[in-house]
Design a protein around this ligand. Sequence first.
Ligand code: FEO
Length: 170
Amino acid sequence: MLKKKIEDICNRQVEREGYSSNLYLAMASWAETSGFAGIAEWLYAQADEERGHMMKFIKYINERGGKAIIPAFKKPETEYTGVEDMFKQVLKHEEFITASINEIVELTLAEKDYNTNNFLQWFVTEQVEEESSVMTILDKLRLIGKHNMYQFDRDIMRLRTSASDEAETT
Ligand code: FEO
């Protein structure tokens, strides 16, 4: 049985992962309607992953005797000033999610909830992969500059980390 404090913070993470999915959907829609089909594909795939993360928390909370709460989500921005600025926002958001996961890990240690701590280790690894993947994209964007977006858009799906995809299927 989950302690209430752990159940509550895991439900907070349900909202954060669900919002992440919607945020990347909003970015994907912006990219798709701005002529960046490849970037949109990357973001749609990322949105699916985030929904998967939300589902992992929902299932875990319910399996451990708690009750997952499905929240309303804040509406993400619909317009972005450019691809690089948008990916900077993705990185900032992923850093926020990493800090959020770490906060739950700290609480599980304080509460001696080793089962939840074990459940969270997948997310700890996943966040390293996600931040690294976005940093690679930002590095590439800096290298190619603003004038070769056609090539970047064509190639971005190759930058998806296989470890992240593999982890998602386990
Ligand atoms: Fe599920 Fe990208 O955090």
